[in-house]
Design a binder for this molecule. Structure first.
Ligand SMILES: [Zn+2]
Ligand SMILES: [Zn+2]
Length: 271
């Protein structure tokens, strides 16, 4: 269903229009059985448990008021020192001069992970497979990305953090791809999917508490299939959450090896 959302070119980057259209598209593709189910078990907001009304700007599982209560983070995060900064203050990429040499990607984390509703939405989306939640999550990503003031945002391309094939079959969908497609559509950016690939089925990062283990777990686990598609491009890598930064860092390294210029790691929250 959400694949269809990604393929519509008449999206605007206005959040309200984007919202209405996304919900309408979702409605169009609802099956008879889903209609029947909703008649008896109408979808409820996971924040306040109120029955949601898409016609009144609610998302299917998230009401407008709960969505609006989520605070957006301001500024991006330096992947070297972890400090927040705003882009373009002195022109260019705006990164701290002390970190410039080592910093090959910048993290943009849209919402605070400590906010319980944010954790709940991510968990329902990723682990319970409530795919409709990709829409409010990608709206958070879009709004944050625009808010941090990245210079020349329109020339960036978007790539999702890939899942290993076996994991993809188990989960049934790549949560990052859905988010990447929705953000790309809203901002009219190109999606480069399938080029960045995961070459090892490493253990899920969530099973490891130790950050050093997490780093070793994902080391060299990404590569690109066709460097010519990446070379010279500014890239945004999309994932749901970044905890230790190890996965994002490895994905960014693979794109750098393929010749990418500037790289933004875009996530809903930094866990
Ligand atoms: Zn609510
Ligand atoms: Zn720094």
């Amino acid at each position: 269903m959400l694949w269809c959302v990604g393929s519509f070119s008449w999206f605007t980057d206005d959040p309200i229009n984007y919202h209405i259209i996304a919900n309408r598209v979702g409605k169009q593709f609802k099956s008879f059985a889903q209609h029947l189910e909703e008649l008896f078990f109408p979808p409820r907001c996971i924040g306040c448990a109120r029955i949601t009304k898409v016609e009144q700007y609610d998302w299917r599982f998230l009401c407008r008021a709960c969505f609006a209560s989520i605070p957006l983070q301001s500024g991006a995060i330096c992947s070297v020192c972890g400090r927040r900064f705003l882009f373009g203050k002195k022109g260019g990429f705006g990164i701290h001069s002390a970190c410039k040499k080592e910093c090959f990607y910048v993290l943009a984390a849209a919402a605070p992970y400590r906010f319980p509703l944010v954790r709940e939405i991510i968990s329902r989306y990723k682990y319970n497979g409530v795919k409709e939640l990709a829409l409010p999550l990608s709206e958070l990503l879009r709004a944050h990305l625009v808010g941090v003031g990245i210079p020349d945002l329109s020339i960036y391309s978007i790539a999702p953090v890939p899942l290993y094939e076996k994991r993809l079959r188990m989960r049934g969908f790549n949560q990052s791809l859905f988010l990447a497609e929705a953000v790309a559509t809203a901002l009219r950016l190109k999606v480069i999917g399938g080029n960045l690939v995961r070459i090892r089925n490493n253990k899920p990062q969530i099973t490891m508490r130790d950050w050093d283990m997490r780093r070793k777990n994902v080391i060299e686990c990404f590569r690109t299939r066709d460097a010519s598609e990446i070379a010279g491009r500014n890239m945004i890598i999309v994932d749901d959450v970044s905890t230790s930064g190890a996965t994002m860092s490895e994905a960014a390294k693979a794109l750098k090896r393929a010749g990418a210029r500037r790289i933004i790691g875009l996530v809903v929250a930094r866990g």
